[in-house]
Design a protein. Structure first.
Length: 151
């Protein structure tokens, strides 16, 4: 695994890759940087910087998150949630054709190894309330506010 660190308005993020595709994006600094010069890390850093400036609405990066087939299905659907929009866990489950799988969607959402790029922050509770986020609810709120400011 190769890593590099980017400093953002929500704090440090560690980009992890296999050298060709992003495998994880972690909150904080996790390892010594050895991937900083890799094209995939440079592209990821640039696209995250553009996102935080409100100039990027969608990411165009090679991704290789590891997960179960169901998790992969959920994460693929999350990438279709438009910038600035939200869906509830139940709506994601229904969109997958599994209307009773809201809890399983929540667990898959929680295990998303590439937050922000795979926008799990766009999934909210059935009432629209912000619930659960690996980076903490203040970061989820900040990301949603950023997207609301740059429609």
């Amino acid at each position: 695994m190769y890593t590099s660190v980017i400093h953002t308005p929500i704090g440090a993020l560690t980009i992890c890759s296999n050298g060709a595709a992003v495998t994880a994006l972690r909150f904080g600094i996790y390892r010594e940087e050895d991937g900083r010069d890799l094209p995939v890390h440079q592209a990821c850093q640039q696209q995250l910087e553009e996102y935080f400036m409100g100039r990027r609405k969608a990411f165009d990066l090679p991704l290789a998150p590891e997960g179960t087939p169901f998790q992969q299905e959920v994460w693929a659907l999350l990438r279709t949630i438009p910038y600035g929009s939200t869906l509830s866990y139940g709506q994601v489950a229904a969109a997958l054709g599994r209307p009773r799988a809201a809890r399983a969607v929540g667990l898959a959402n929680n295990r998303n190894p590439i937050p922000i790029i795979i926008p799990c922050h766009r999934v909210v509770g059935s009432s629209g309330k912000l619930v659960g986020y690996a980076g903490g609810l203040p970061i989820k709120e900040t990301l949603l506010e950023l997207e609301a400011r740059h429609p």
